[in-house]
Design a protein around this ligand. Structure first.
Ligand SMILES: [Fe+2]
Ligand SMILES: [Fe+2]
Length: 169
């Protein structure tokens, strides 16, 4: 199956399109672009690792939904939620630790996931989240890190270009 066939129902869903308005890793990058790029990367990796077609589909859809947590983690509301916890519990309830579990829950409610996809999304922030326990989880964790490091590099370049134009203009 092609990437488009596997993903088009999610990509055209209004709640997924909303991710276009959420900035991610700075610069001009959105959570929508990050999610689509991570899904493309997972799709290619799964094929490279000769995973069965059913698992290629499974991990591609999981990757598309891995950051579908649906809250604004920099908002006052999310800060209030964190304040509810004290000490070490507050650390473990920080966005980086919990958003995989939230994304798995929400993605399952809206799109329906199998158990392996739920586990993969929940673990994608390993080592800040539990260790991946299936092949989809390892591919997703790897794809997310490849795409995120590329984005962070591009954001640094974006800031440097902005500063350069400020100085030159
Ligand atoms: Fe994430
Ligand atoms: Fe991500």
């Amino acid at each position: 199956m092609s990437f488009q066939e596997i993903t088009q129902d999610i990509i055209n869903h209004p709640l997924f399109i909303e991710l276009q308005d959420v900035q991610h890793h700075g610069g001009e990058n959105s959570l929508y672009m990050h999610s689509v790029d991570t899904a493309k990367c997972a799709y290619k990796l799964a094929q490279k690792f000769h995973m069965p077609e059913e698992r290629v589909c499974s991990v591609t859809r999981a990757a598309l939904l891995h950051d579908f947590f649906g809250y604004k983690w920099r908002s006052a509301q999310h800060k209030r939620y964190k304040k509810y916890y004290k000490g070490w519990k507050r650390v473990t309830h920080m966005h980086a630790f919990i958003h995989g579990a939230h994304a798995a829950h929400r993605a399952n409610r809206i799109f329906g996931l199998n158990e392996r996809q739920k586990a993969a999304i929940t673990c994608h922030m390993f080592p800040l989240a539990p260790m991946p326990t299936n092949s989809e989880a390892w591919v997703l964790t790897l794809a997310d890190k490849i795409v995120a490091s590329k984005e962070v590099g591009e954001t640094v370049g974006w800031h440097i270009r902005k500063m350069y134009h400020k100085v030159i203009d």
